[in-house]
Design a protein around this ligand. Sequence first.
Ligand SMILES: NC(=O)c1ccc[n+]([C@@H]2O[C@H](COP(=O)([O-])OP(=O)(O)OC[C@H]3O[C@@H](n4cnc5c(N)ncnc54)[C@H](OP(=O)(O)O)[C@@H]3O)[C@@H](O)[C@H]2O)c1
Length: 324
Amino acid sequence: MRTLTIGLLGCGTVGRGFVELLDAERSRIRARYGLELHVTRILVRDLSRERAGVAAELLTTAPLDVVDGDCDVVVELIGGTHTAGTLVRRAIASGRHVVTANKALLAAAGAELFDDAVRRGVEIGFEASVCGGVPVIGALRRGFSGDSIESIRGVLNGTSNYVLCRMDEGLSLADAVSCAQELGFAEADPTLDLSGEDAAQKLAILAQLAFGEGVRRASVSGIASLRTADLRRARRNGEVIRLVAEARRVPGGVELEVGPRRLPAGDPLATVRDEQNAVIIRGRAIGEVTLSGRGAGSLPTAAAVMSDVIAIGISSRAGARLVA
Ligand SMILES: NC(=O)c1ccc[n+]([C@@H]2O[C@H](COP(=O)([O-])OP(=O)(O)OC[C@H]3O[C@@H](n4cnc5c(N)ncnc54)[C@H](OP(=O)(O)O)[C@@H]3O)[C@@H](O)[C@H]2O)c1
């Protein structure tokens, strides 16, 4: 049995999910992977907030208590780029592995952080940063490593998809966004989602993994200017509108495009419902593989984070195999 100590940065939607999931899965992880996962400290902003199921004595508002404390892995779930970036850099510099769900941080500083991690001989896990609980990073990093990827096409932004589904039922864009906000599927400021920028950031991470060099942005647009009548017109033609993110090989490189697309009702992306995500990866030898599921939410995202922590625990254990 190997003990892996974890410093947790953040105990919000995903961080609390991580603590809950660890409680539920601890004995299976022990038995299956020979790993004892132990959270040593948890960084928050507000110590007075009610956090059911979280041991109050682990909470701290002092970041260095966590990143300089007793931990093999720093799990970054605070979001944003400033504090998160500073703490992740410090964790890597001190030889700790990092797991993050923070797509914005990877979009802003991923190349530098991965270089630092390679130099320091530590790993960065980021399965949860794209499509939450849908294991698309693992599929690209491992499953497709033996094949050449030709294209990636997906519905990567659950908020936009939820809004489009409600507009398809007749709601206006504004009402559909309010509805998404009430249910917690959209931020108070949904600009990043509705502009297509969130999907573009996720696509850039996937494309970097799939294609490496030569990836360039062709165009990014979102759903903010769509009207209910546009969806009605599409439906009359047997089509569905989805915000599609696509990366494909073109002469001289790979182009990234994000925008609303009219899809035939039989297209696998046309059937993606509500806040779900889906990704279709086409490999030269493998052909098309479709992954779909819950792209966000507390427990699905926490499960993706946990999968990275387990992979680090296994790979840092001498002689262990990745699959038990
Ligand atoms: N929510 C999802 O479904 C989802 C899905 C995929 C990826 N992600 C990513 O996961 C990360 C976390 O998201 P979330 O939804 O869990 O966020 P959240 O609910 O806002 O939680 C953030 C946590 O970090 C703490 N925190 C934030 N800034 C801090 C600071 N400067 N110092 C100390 N503590 C700080 C907060 O403390 P307090 O609790 O005291 O305020 C809170 O516990 C983000 O990068 C997000 O993009 C989220």
